[in-house]
Design a protein around this ligand. Structure first.
Ligand SMILES: C[S@@+](CC[C@H](N)C(=O)[O-])C[C@H]1O[C@@H](n2cnc3c(N)ncnc32)[C@H](O)[C@@H]1O
Length: 218
Protein backbone atom coordinates (compact mmCIF):
# COMPACT_ATOMS: atom_id res chain seq x y z
CA UNK A 1 0.00 0.00 0.00
CA UNK A 2 1.50 3.39 -0.88
CA UNK A 3 1.36 6.26 1.61
CA UNK A 4 -1.60 8.02 0.02
CA UNK A 5 -3.66 4.85 0.06
CA UNK A 6 -2.57 4.13 3.64
CA UNK A 7 -3.72 7.58 4.73
CA UNK A 8 -7.03 7.10 2.94
CA UNK A 9 -7.57 3.76 4.68
CA UNK A 10 -6.54 5.17 8.05
CA UNK A 11 -8.78 8.21 7.81
CA UNK A 12 -11.66 5.93 6.84
CA UNK A 13 -10.99 3.93 10.02
CA UNK A 14 -10.39 0.75 8.04
CA UNK A 15 -6.98 -0.16 9.54
CA UNK A 16 -6.87 -2.51 12.51
CA UNK A 17 -5.63 -0.68 15.62
CA UNK A 18 -2.13 -1.85 16.51
CA UNK A 19 -1.43 -3.40 13.08
CA UNK A 20 1.83 -2.39 11.33
CA UNK A 21 -0.26 -0.48 8.76
CA UNK A 22 -2.09 1.42 11.51
CA UNK A 23 1.19 2.28 13.27
CA UNK A 24 2.66 3.56 9.97
CA UNK A 25 -0.48 5.62 9.34
CA UNK A 26 -0.12 7.21 12.80
CA UNK A 27 3.59 7.84 12.24
CA UNK A 28 3.38 9.51 8.84
CA UNK A 29 0.29 11.60 9.62
CA UNK A 30 0.95 12.66 13.21
CA UNK A 31 3.55 10.97 15.42
CA UNK A 32 6.50 11.77 13.12
CA UNK A 33 4.91 13.37 10.05
CA UNK A 34 6.73 12.54 6.83
CA UNK A 35 6.41 12.56 3.06
CA UNK A 36 4.30 14.76 0.82
CA UNK A 37 1.08 13.04 1.81
CA UNK A 38 1.68 12.96 5.58
CA UNK A 39 3.73 16.06 6.35
CA UNK A 40 2.23 18.41 3.74
CA UNK A 41 -0.90 18.70 5.86
CA UNK A 42 1.05 20.62 8.52
CA UNK A 43 1.53 23.59 6.19
CA UNK A 44 -1.93 24.67 7.29
CA UNK A 45 -3.37 22.41 10.00
CA UNK A 46 -6.76 24.13 10.20
CA UNK A 47 -8.13 21.67 12.77
CA UNK A 48 -5.40 22.81 15.18
CA UNK A 49 -6.29 26.51 14.97
CA UNK A 50 -8.42 26.42 18.10
CA UNK A 51 -5.65 24.81 20.14
CA UNK A 52 -3.12 27.33 18.81
CA UNK A 53 -5.37 30.19 19.92
CA UNK A 54 -5.93 28.59 23.34
CA UNK A 55 -2.21 28.04 23.87
CA UNK A 56 -1.26 31.58 22.83
CA UNK A 57 -3.96 33.10 25.00
CA UNK A 58 -2.90 31.04 28.06
CA UNK A 59 0.77 31.89 27.50
CA UNK A 60 0.15 35.66 27.84
CA UNK A 61 3.46 36.39 26.10
CA UNK A 62 5.32 39.63 26.68
CA UNK A 63 8.25 41.04 24.68
CA UNK A 64 10.60 40.08 27.52
CA UNK A 65 9.75 36.36 27.26
CA UNK A 66 12.12 33.73 25.96
CA UNK A 67 9.80 31.10 24.46
CA UNK A 68 10.42 27.43 23.72
CA UNK A 69 8.08 25.10 21.87
CA UNK A 70 8.11 21.34 22.19
CA UNK A 71 6.94 19.32 19.12
CA UNK A 72 6.46 22.42 16.94
CA UNK A 73 5.10 20.65 13.81
CA UNK A 74 4.65 23.18 11.00
CA UNK A 75 5.84 26.07 13.21
CA UNK A 76 2.64 28.16 13.20
CA UNK A 77 2.61 28.80 16.97
CA UNK A 78 6.28 29.81 16.86
CA UNK A 79 5.52 32.24 14.04
CA UNK A 80 2.76 33.87 16.08
CA UNK A 81 4.78 33.89 19.31
CA UNK A 82 7.57 35.71 17.46
CA UNK A 83 5.14 38.57 16.80
CA UNK A 84 5.56 39.31 20.53
CA UNK A 85 8.78 37.75 21.82
CA UNK A 86 12.24 38.68 20.61
CA UNK A 87 13.74 35.18 20.97
CA UNK A 88 12.36 31.67 20.63
CA UNK A 89 13.45 28.09 20.16
CA UNK A 90 11.82 24.80 19.32
CA UNK A 91 12.39 21.07 18.99
CA UNK A 92 10.67 18.33 16.98
CA UNK A 93 11.95 14.89 15.95
CA UNK A 94 10.55 14.94 12.41
CA UNK A 95 12.97 16.14 9.70
CA UNK A 96 10.00 17.10 7.52
CA UNK A 97 8.48 19.22 10.31
CA UNK A 98 11.84 20.90 10.83
CA UNK A 99 11.93 21.77 7.11
CA UNK A 100 8.38 23.17 7.18
CA UNK A 101 8.93 25.23 10.34
CA UNK A 102 12.23 26.55 8.93
CA UNK A 103 10.47 27.60 5.74
CA UNK A 104 7.63 29.34 7.59
CA UNK A 105 10.00 31.12 10.00
CA UNK A 106 12.94 31.71 7.65
CA UNK A 107 13.25 35.43 8.45
CA UNK A 108 13.36 34.87 12.22
CA UNK A 109 16.00 32.14 11.79
CA UNK A 110 18.13 34.36 9.53
CA UNK A 111 17.81 37.21 12.01
CA UNK A 112 19.08 34.92 14.79
CA UNK A 113 15.81 35.23 16.72
CA UNK A 114 14.78 31.58 16.37
CA UNK A 115 16.68 28.34 17.00
CA UNK A 116 15.07 25.17 15.63
CA UNK A 117 16.41 21.75 16.56
CA UNK A 118 15.63 18.26 15.32
CA UNK A 119 15.56 15.97 18.35
CA UNK A 120 13.62 14.03 20.95
CA UNK A 121 11.81 16.06 23.61
CA UNK A 122 12.71 13.53 26.31
CA UNK A 123 16.14 15.17 26.34
CA UNK A 124 16.22 18.90 25.69
CA UNK A 125 19.42 20.45 24.33
CA UNK A 126 19.24 23.61 26.44
CA UNK A 127 20.68 24.77 29.73
CA UNK A 128 18.74 24.94 32.99
CA UNK A 129 16.50 28.01 33.25
CA UNK A 130 17.05 29.16 29.67
CA UNK A 131 13.41 30.10 28.92
CA UNK A 132 10.63 32.03 30.65
CA UNK A 133 7.78 30.09 28.99
CA UNK A 134 7.07 26.93 27.02
CA UNK A 135 4.23 25.29 25.12
CA UNK A 136 3.35 21.95 23.56
CA UNK A 137 0.24 21.48 21.42
CA UNK A 138 -1.28 18.26 20.09
CA UNK A 139 1.70 16.04 20.85
CA UNK A 140 1.77 15.09 24.54
CA UNK A 141 -0.43 12.08 23.72
CA UNK A 142 2.54 10.60 21.81
CA UNK A 143 5.09 11.11 24.57
CA UNK A 144 6.24 7.71 25.84
CA UNK A 145 7.75 8.88 29.14
CA UNK A 146 5.61 11.84 30.23
CA UNK A 147 7.34 12.20 33.61
CA UNK A 148 10.79 12.48 32.02
CA UNK A 149 9.51 14.91 29.38
CA UNK A 150 7.79 17.20 31.91
CA UNK A 151 10.89 17.20 34.15
CA UNK A 152 12.94 18.34 31.15
CA UNK A 153 10.48 21.15 30.40
CA UNK A 154 10.63 22.18 34.06
CA UNK A 155 14.44 22.11 33.97
CA UNK A 156 14.80 24.53 31.05
CA UNK A 157 12.37 27.03 32.60
CA UNK A 158 13.56 29.91 34.77
CA UNK A 159 12.06 30.73 38.18
CA UNK A 160 8.47 31.93 37.66
CA UNK A 161 8.50 30.29 34.21
CA UNK A 162 5.24 28.91 32.85
CA UNK A 163 4.21 25.98 30.68
CA UNK A 164 1.07 25.54 28.59
CA UNK A 165 0.10 22.08 27.40
CA UNK A 166 -2.77 21.37 24.97
CA UNK A 167 -3.64 17.72 24.55
CA UNK A 168 -6.48 15.30 23.84
CA UNK A 169 -9.32 14.47 26.15
CA UNK A 170 -10.10 10.79 26.48
CA UNK A 171 -12.85 9.57 24.11
CA UNK A 172 -13.24 12.90 22.28
CA UNK A 173 -14.76 12.52 18.81
CA UNK A 174 -11.96 14.82 17.63
CA UNK A 175 -9.39 12.06 18.34
CA UNK A 176 -10.70 10.41 15.18
CA UNK A 177 -8.96 7.35 13.74
CA UNK A 178 -5.83 8.15 15.80
CA UNK A 179 -7.66 7.45 19.08
CA UNK A 180 -6.17 3.99 19.77
CA UNK A 181 -2.65 5.45 19.49
CA UNK A 182 -3.17 8.35 21.91
CA UNK A 183 -2.17 8.40 25.56
CA UNK A 184 -4.76 10.41 27.45
CA UNK A 185 -4.87 11.27 31.15
CA UNK A 186 -7.53 12.08 33.69
CA UNK A 187 -7.19 15.74 34.79
CA UNK A 188 -6.00 14.75 38.30
CA UNK A 189 -3.39 12.40 36.86
CA UNK A 190 -2.03 15.07 34.53
CA UNK A 191 -1.92 17.59 37.37
CA UNK A 192 -0.01 15.09 39.55
CA UNK A 193 2.44 14.40 36.71
CA UNK A 194 3.17 18.14 36.46
CA UNK A 195 3.61 18.57 40.21
CA UNK A 196 5.78 15.43 40.43
CA UNK A 197 7.96 16.87 37.63
CA UNK A 198 8.74 19.86 39.86
CA UNK A 199 6.18 22.48 38.83
CA UNK A 200 5.00 24.41 41.87
CA UNK A 201 1.49 24.97 40.54
CA UNK A 202 -0.62 23.22 37.92
CA UNK A 203 -4.22 23.38 36.76
CA UNK A 204 -6.06 21.37 34.13
CA UNK A 205 -9.14 22.66 32.31
CA UNK A 206 -11.26 20.59 29.91
CA UNK A 207 -14.03 23.12 29.30
CA UNK A 208 -12.93 23.75 25.69
CA UNK A 209 -13.29 20.04 24.84
CA UNK A 210 -9.51 19.75 24.78
CA UNK A 211 -7.24 19.38 27.79
CA UNK A 212 -5.50 22.63 28.66
CA UNK A 213 -2.90 22.39 31.41
CA UNK A 214 -1.14 25.45 32.74
CA UNK A 215 1.80 24.95 35.09
CA UNK A 216 4.14 27.36 36.77
CA UNK A 217 7.61 27.22 38.26
CA UNK A 218 7.88 29.25 41.44
C1 LIG B 1 0.16 15.93 15.70
S1 LIG B 1 1.70 16.77 15.45
C2 LIG B 1 1.36 18.38 16.18
C3 LIG B 1 2.29 19.45 15.66
C4 LIG B 1 2.00 20.86 16.20
N1 LIG B 1 2.39 21.00 17.58
C5 LIG B 1 0.54 21.21 16.03
O1 LIG B 1 -0.18 21.33 17.03
O2 LIG B 1 0.10 21.33 14.86
C6 LIG B 1 2.76 16.02 16.69
C7 LIG B 1 4.18 16.52 16.59
O3 LIG B 1 4.94 16.00 17.68
C8 LIG B 1 6.22 15.59 17.19
N2 LIG B 1 6.74 14.61 18.15
C9 LIG B 1 6.09 13.49 18.60
N3 LIG B 1 6.86 12.85 19.50
C10 LIG B 1 8.01 13.55 19.63
C11 LIG B 1 9.19 13.39 20.41
N4 LIG B 1 9.34 12.35 21.25
N5 LIG B 1 10.19 14.31 20.29
C12 LIG B 1 10.06 15.35 19.43
N6 LIG B 1 8.97 15.55 18.66
C13 LIG B 1 7.95 14.67 18.75
C14 LIG B 1 5.93 15.08 15.80
O4 LIG B 1 7.05 15.02 14.97
C15 LIG B 1 4.88 16.08 15.31
O5 LIG B 1 5.48 17.21 14.70
Amino acid sequence: MDDEQLIEEGLADRLAAGSPEFERFVDITARRPSGDAGAGHYRDPKEHEESFALALSALELTPADRYVELCFGGGQVLERALETVERAAGIDHSPDMLALALELNADAVTAGRLELVQGDVHELPWADGEFTCAACTNAFFFIERPGAFLAEVRRVLAPRGRFVLLTAVRDAAWNGPWAPALRTYEPDTLRSLLLDAGFAEASVDESSGQQLAVAAVR
